[in-house]
Ligand binder design. Structure first.
Ligand code: FE
Length: 201
């Protein structure tokens, strides 16, 4: 009977990560409790709901909106959203005439404190290459068709500067509370591959 051997490819990323964690813990280089805390934080406290609260505040509070557009890092920190991978955040406001979309052509830089960890498609080489060359086509594939009169601007995130798209507030949401507005705002809208849909009545 042949002995089953593992090739390098047969190890999943999860197995590799676990092995790495074991070695680092064994050597006293990391504390498993600190790691567990970091993971819990990203699972429970950090995610697109943070960015959605920033967007909703900007929709209801013109002074906050002005501060957000002037300095999104400081404005986000007002709501408690700051930290690693969010040291310099720039907000880009969508209008009837301009639509912003964000990519990191080099890797996957993303405003973690506001949006959490990037989705798979954001890291996909095809998205990173194509959204620069043919943004309208890529947006249409995501289901967002923009009129010919709308200028599309593509922003390349870096380790230094990360972007948050401030989507347009949908019509028919005048009566909603800030919390109800935040519930409408999606991660995709804050990266610029979608718009925010009005609530269904
Ligand atoms: Fe990157």
């Amino acid at each position: 009977m042949a002995i089953q051997t593992r090739t390098e490819e047969s190890f999943t990323p999860a197995m590799r990560t676990e092995a790495l964690e074991d070695i680092l813990t064994e050597r006293g280089l990391v504390d498993p409790k600190v790691l567990a805390g970091l993971i819990k934080n990203f699972e429970e406290n950090v995610g697109p709901m943070n960015g959605a609260r920033v967007v909703a505040r900007a929709w209801v509070d013109p002074e906050f909106r002005a501060r957000l557009l002037a300095d999104a890092t400081a404005a986000s920190a007002e709501l408690g959203y700051k930290g690693a991978q969010g040291e310099c955040i720039v907000a880009l406001e969508n209008t009837d005439r301009v639509h912003h979309v964000v990519v990191c052509t080099l890797c996957s830089c993303y405003p973690w404190p506001l949006l959490g960890l990037p989705p798979g498609w954001y890291k996909d080489p095809a998205y990173r290459a194509r959204v620069v060359r043919e943004p309208r086509t890529v947006l249409a594939e995501f289901g967002l068709t923009l009129g010919a009169g709308v200028e599309v601007r593509v922003w390349d995130s870096t380790a230094e500067v990360r972007y948050l798209v401030l989507p347009q507030r949908p019509a028919g949401t005048e009566g909603l509370t800030e919390e109800e507005l935040a519930a409408l705002v999606t991660r995709d809208a804050m990266v610029g591959i979608a718009s925010v849909a009005a609530p269904r009545r």
